[in-house]
Each structure stands twice: as C-alpha cells, then as structure tokens.
Design a protein around this ligand. Structure first.
Ligand SMILES: [Zn+2]
Length: 263
C-alpha cells in the first residue's frame, strides 16, 4: 500500500494529525524483511520503509513526530522455535536503517510478546543510530496470576529488562481494552522511572456479519482516558479498532487536564 496507494496512506496520516495527534506512526508494522519474505517482498524492504516514512512526513509536516512502527519478526526464537537471534536482529536492523535514513524521529517496537526478541530489536535500533529514541511496547493478557504476555513475560520483568536493554520509553499496546490498560499503566508506573506509553485497542475484536467490530467507542475512551493521565502515563495513543474520533477524544481529555478543566 505504501508503494501502490501512497495517497491513501497520506490521507490516513493527515486525518490523525487533524484529530490532534502529536505522533503519527508509519504503515510498517510488518515491513521487516522476515515478515515481507512471507509475501515474496523482502528484497523491497528499503523501498517500502522509505516510501512509508516519506508519505507520513509529507502528510504531517515537521511539527508532528513520525514514529517508525516495527512489529514482531513472526519468528519464535530458539529453542522454542527456529528463529535465530542474529537473523532476527539483522531483520530489524534493515527495517530500522531504512526508516531512520528516511527521517523517522523515533522507532516504535510494538506488540512484543518475547523479551528476547524485544531486546534484539532495541540493539538493532541503537546500532543503526545510538541517539534514536526507542519506544518498546509489549502486549499483555490478564490471567488469574496477573498480566502476562503469551510468552509468559510479566510487567515487572518487562519494565526492568527493557530499561536495562536501552529502551527510552516503555509500555503496552494492543490488548483487551482500556480497563485492562489502566491497570497495566498503574503497574508500569509503580516500577519504572522511564516515560510510559499506552496504546489500547478499542476492546477485543468481534466478528459480526463478516466484519471486524470493536466495542469501545470514542465516548467510552473519553470517559476513561483521565485515569491513564492520572496514572502518570506520558504518551497515550490507540491500537486496533481505534479511529481518528478516538484520538480526538484523547486529545480533548489531555487538553482539558492541561487547562485545568475537569474530565
Ligand atoms: Zn492492536
């Protein structure tokens, strides 16, 4: 889409900027060579990431931060799967190098479930450019014993290990909706000194009449965003199912808090 429909991507980015976002992400979640190989496109990694960054920058200008989205490699690291650490780090490196050369302001490593993969991604980003700010967010599910990623990482382990590995901003994205994210945010804030980022899904996806639906509306977000702000979260965004209207609701809540009006 970055190569074949850049106008569409540009329009989407502009819509989010107009909704009041301070940061807009690139359409590159799956644009690492390892993921692109699943579509026979790994040889076009540089071209795709370059185009993705360029269209967002054209849409939002220089006042808005462009964040380079980097999702999981799709490989499970040895010994649980066949992913080799060097191969995964190289894959992140190629994607991030293309994004940084194209002018992203920050790298966002997201939807991570494996701490070791997240660490390889941080190393890749910092070896491309030691000064590039790196955001890392992991995806947690609530269990009777607390929040864990699918690979069994809890929030405390994530917060400590990601900080030690050199992440500049840490937190969570995706997940099961805003109420869980408020709890996750509070746990992160109790453990880490780093700025915390939360990008919640608009609830869990449900299939209705062949369409994917998310039940947390912008109004639902508006009612709860104050709790994320009160928890001390530094960056609030949206993940699956959120729309420019959700971002507008977040913008209003943040501005309301800044100007001292009640939420
Ligand atoms: Zn998501």
């Amino acid at each position: 889409m970055n190569l074949t429909h850049p106008d569409l991507i540009r329009d989407i980015a502009r819509t989010y900027a107009e909704a009041g976002a301070d940061i807009v992400q690139t359409n590159t979640f799956g644009a690492s060579p390892l993921k692109l190989a699943e579509y026979g496109l790994s040889s076009r990694t540089v071209e795709i990431n370059n185009a993705a960054v360029t269209v967002v920058r054209e849409a939002v200008g220089s006042d808005i931060i462009v964040s380079g989205s980097c999702g999981p490699s799709g490989k499970i690291l040895e010994p649980y799967g066949n992913g080799k650490p060097q191969e995964i780090q190289d894959s992140f490196f190629q994607q991030m190098e293309a994004q940084i050369k194209a002018g992203v302001d920050v790298i966002c490593i997201e939807t991570m479930i494996d701490l070791n993969e997240a660490k390889l991604a941080i190393q890749a980003a910092k070896s491309v450019h030691s000064e590039i700010p790196v955001i890392v967010t992991m995806t947690f599910d609530k269990t009777p014993k607390g929040f864990f990623t699918i690979m069994g990482v809890d929030i405390k382990s994530a917060a400590n290990a990601l900080a030690e590995a050199g992440a500049d901003i840490i937190g969570s994205n995706c997940g099961n909706g805003l109420n869980h994210m408020i709890e996750i945010a509070q746990e992160f804030m109790a453990i880490t000194k780093l700025p915390v980022i939360i990008q919640s899904n608009a609830g869990l996806p449900e299939i209705k009449a062949g369409n994917i639906n998310y039940n947390e509306t912008p109004e639902y977000f508006a009612e709860r965003i104050g709790k994320l702000i009160s928890a001390g979260v530094s960056i609030i965004g949206g993940c699956c199912g959120t729309t420019p209207r959700h971002i507008k609701a977040i913008r209003r809540a943040v501005d309301g808090r800044r100007s001292g009006t009640s939420l």
